[in-house]
Ligand binder design. Sequence first.
Ligand SMILES: Cc1cc2nc3c(=O)[nH]c(=O)nc-3n(C[C@H](O)[C@H](O)[C@H](O)COP(=O)(O)O)c2cc1C
Ligand code: SF4
Length: 434
Amino acid sequence: MPQRNVIYRQREAGRPLTDLSDYRRAGGYEAMRKVMTEMDRDEAVYAFVRSGLRGRGGAGFPMGRKASFIPKDSPLPAYVVCNADESEPGTFKDRELIETNPFQLLEGITIAGYAIGAVRGYIYIRGEYEHQARVLDSAIAQARAAGMLGTGLMGTAFDFDITLYRGAGAYICGEETALLESLEGKRGQPRLKPPFPAVAGLYASPTLINNVETLAALPPIIENGPDWYAAMGTEKSTGTKVFSISGHVMKPGNYEIVLHDTTLRELVFDIAGGMRPGREFKAAWVGGSSVNVVGEEALDTPLDYEALAEAGSSLGSAGCIVMDDSGSIVRSTLRLASFYRHESCGKCTPCREGTLWLERILQRIVDGEGRMEDLELIESLAGRMGGRVLCALADTGILPVRSAIRRFRDEFVHAIENGGDPRPEPMMEVAVGG
Ligand SMILES: Cc1cc2nc3c(=O)[nH]c(=O)nc-3n(C[C@H](O)[C@H](O)[C@H](O)COP(=O)(O)O)c2cc1C
Ligand code: SF4
């Protein structure tokens, strides 16, 4: 099944592009030259819109539209913020890009900065990505030394620099407004929206915030033209997408594919090497952990935003976790519920209390102390959380729990009737492939 390396230019080049000279030899910084010497700001934003690029951090919001929301007449400086928090379970695509192709990200951030007239870019990277932070530090220093960051970029009057900021390892700091709070040196808790960051973001200034992969898509879009990008995929799901695939597959890893051209079955079996010998596919959390879990009925779904939504799940951050028939849905649902309980920032009562109770009820089912009414109790509890909170942690954190009980109800009933579920947690197993 074809893979297409548009974001992962390093794979196309066949080597890591951590030296600026290597990146330039692979065509790097041509897009920045083009945008700054041949296009004005509006034309650049229009190119983003026309490409159909949607945010790759999870919500899938059109990137160009977001850039067009940045007010042009604000007396305040504008900023670009790159979300490199990458804490969604099963998602590790940004890490590989940063490690092996950091200049494509820096170039993308600078192009976005030019398009919205920003004065500075920030990269907020999760604290655990220590090596990746060092790679970025070195890339920023090289770009500065070569005049790719700083004043008068490409001989124009545009000045722009990038600051790297390391988080302290909290999932909630990937939520864009909590990230901004943290970047400002405050406790990382989400803000009430509106106002949205485009209007009042970092230091209450207009701020464009995008995921690593979203920003890294800008150089190829500018270089090859938005129509070239939009020609890949479908009308609403354009371009390529990197899927991180993990769990019970023979070849876990990152794979970049054209949206819609590949089905879940092809991703799991042809690209990621399929199940271990003697095992059968059971379930997948296709878009990271904050989505509905699906079973084999979803295997022939094309991987794009609309088709996955129609199949009852979502593309999310494309961190596809796969489970074979040896795994326990009940235990992994408990594992995910524990994660959301641990990561809840505690600001809203339904989330703070609800995630705790979901974990407790699931724990007693696993331990053999569950009651049949617990399944309805979980449904009702989740129903009281969704839509009553400040951010999507709780809204989407209930999805893997609810969907598991709906789709794999027999496993929960079995655990309740048979003294619990002693099988191991599949997510704690070591990857088997190469
Ligand atoms: C709890 C939570 C965690 C999130 N974590 C991340 C993350 O690690 N990386 C990311 O890019 N977006 C994350 N998001 C989504 C961001 O809030 C935001 O939508 C995204 O950075 C926008 O960029 P995009 O439009 O390019 O996707 C998270 C959202 C929530 C609610
Ligand atoms: S939903 Fe949860 S994580 Fe989000 S702001 Fe409320 S308490 Fe915090």
